[in-house]
Ligand binder design. Sequence first.
Ligand code: ADP
Ligand code: ZN
Length: 761
Amino acid sequence: MGQEQQDLFDKQPPPWELDDRREVCVAEVVFAEAPFGPYDYEVPGTLRAAVQPGVRVQVPLGRGNRRRVGYCTVVGSQAHVTRALKPILATVDSRSLLSPAMLRLTRWMADYYLCPLGQVLDAVVPAGVRGQAGTREQVFLHVAPGVTARLAELALPPKQRDALQILAGSSGGMTPADLAAAAHCTSGPIQTLRRKALVTEEVRRVQQIIPDTRTVDRVARLPLNPDQQAALEAILQPLRQRRHETIVIHGVTGSGKTEVYIQAIEEVIQYGRQAIVLVPEISLTPQTLQRFESRFARVAVLHSHLTGSERHWHWRRIATGEVQVVVGARSAVFAPTPNLGLIVIDEEHDASFKQDIVPRYHARDVARQRALAEQVPLVLGSATPALESWYAAQCGTYRLIEMPRRVSALPLPDVATVDLRTPHRGRHAPGAISQPLYQAVREALRDGGQVILLLNRRGYSTTIQCPACGHVVKCPHCDLALTHHRHEQTAVCHYCEYQIPPPPHCPECRFADIRYSGLGTQKLEVEVQARFPGVACLRMDSDSMSKPGSHETALSRFRSGEVRILLGTQMIAKGLDFPNVTLVGVINADTTLHFPDFRAAERTFQLVTQVAGRTGRGARGGRVLVQTYSPDHPAIMAAQRHDYRQFALQELPVRREFGYPPLVAMIRIVVRGPVETAVEQFAEQVVERLRATATARQVEPRILGPAAAPLPKLRGNFRFHVLLYHADQPALAGLVRAATEGLKPPADVLWTVDVDPLDML
Ligand code: ADP
Ligand code: ZN
């Protein structure tokens, strides 16, 4: 504990002041900002009861003894303190913010993700909870001791006597206003009682009540089909035996996974326990929530638009055990359920479960640690499991349950590819929609169906280039091509939001005919409107859906049938369940296929499979057309056949051959800064230390780099990265920890460590 602390102390006390026989209560304290600690502090006698692990404390820090707030993480007594410790000055929280189990989980996170514990704690406890948002101090009155017995002899005026009697009958005291109302008097008599000291005052922090206005119709449980029954049994077995098991439910879209989760949760609740359901942020739609709210009385929904007070309110309701089911995005994995019974992660392959700032945790792995510690089952559901989960199931670490059929025996939709390389395509259809897709859309509309078109690029034109000199209009901070947004009349950098008016001529050579090319959703929308005149169409991407509530409005317009064609980015690929969608068109399956990322094939397979699942959900059936320049690519062929198993069978050997996850563990270090040489030099220094440490420890990881990152410049910073691979995760993490211990970059250079990275750019 707290080795660095000595240096930070002003001076050691003279030796005669040190009494090594004195037993001292010592608390370990960590901070969310550098220096992170841990440091040891003495707990003064007056604070012994108040200072607990998980309580924030005010302490003096550094030479100037600046008052800082930190988290107390351990309290213990030490018999032989050989140096004087600074004292804790005060506590911030009246009760611990984290249970002992959650504290252990945060330690695991700090350890596994190689980041300071204080930063983990700050991420786990929402800001609204730390700031006690939506609470205020409130005075409560109690009858002073002994007063009730003397009531008769006091001979009080009637109002004061009545008020005292009412107060005596209350449990827990009353606020002055409530008391005045109950006694039908003004504040005068109550003030008098206070002045005469016949009542005592107590200040308590009370939470503003956030009324739950939603009323949802109750829906009865559905009788399960045999696949669902088997999946349910697989979850109930470990649940009843109170043991952990990670269960991968590989179920095609529409196989009824959600109904299985719900019935498993019904049993969890019968035991008086709680369940956590994690869904991708984008799936936190009213449609999803309604399915849970129509089955459970007390559901807490944690999404990113909550205010601090709402979040605090939910947190308290969850912590008291009042909430039965917590449904939320990534961070809901930290919900303080007192008696957890089950964790479910739906669409577990979704990249939004990984946080891209410190702590860079993956909710799936944190959930597994939590489920292990609390001995509860963890369910990972997906039509396209992450290869990490699939591989763990192949190895027997996780249990695999398959749900290969859709409910009600609806067939999976037919998927066909449209080869964009076909030479005649250019003659017949100059735009984004090929002739076969055009025909298919027309037929679908003619038959009264609805259409979904996926294009994973927003904006109008994706490149602005001068045909005369070749100059591409780029972001000066990121060195990436700007995208033309026609509605907003801007050319925008999609990484840093830098924007300029669209240049009318080449900024380099002044050539007048600068060319806007490449296809984004805005341009697709224009093409759809031109080719299907009079058909209501709607674009969904992060530009058109930036206002809160716009997502729901758009979906309800589509559900009502008012909108016939829905087009958009991957936002429309997930979770939507509209039986009338009879056609899905993928405008260009190659957008994700050629990324400099070893998961590019997996991402493409997932995206095509997910969007294909949006059709064929009703009696009318459905079909999918995938436009691609790579119809023979294994990922696209497997998606065409809805064959996850085939995809995994081809992809895992590739990962093995090239030494990529999930076959080995991986850590990525990114170094960035405004001066390219300084960044590169520091990255080289990091690699030297890694190599030296590896030799000393006799660990032999594969170390690649330093090399310029695929996005070599971002927001004005040059970026280099180092990639480390090794079969043994703890050995690899230990190596990075040891090699970077005390590592100080030069001014203006920053470095980050990403364990199990998903972002390779
Ligand atoms: P998934 O989560 O696997 O995509 P869902 O749970 O959304 O599948 O189920 C697809 C549709 O089938 C939903 O409309 C759901 O209400 C319905 N459904 C699920 N289970 C049953 C069942 N046992 N009997 C009848 N309908 C069901
Ligand atoms: Zn930029």
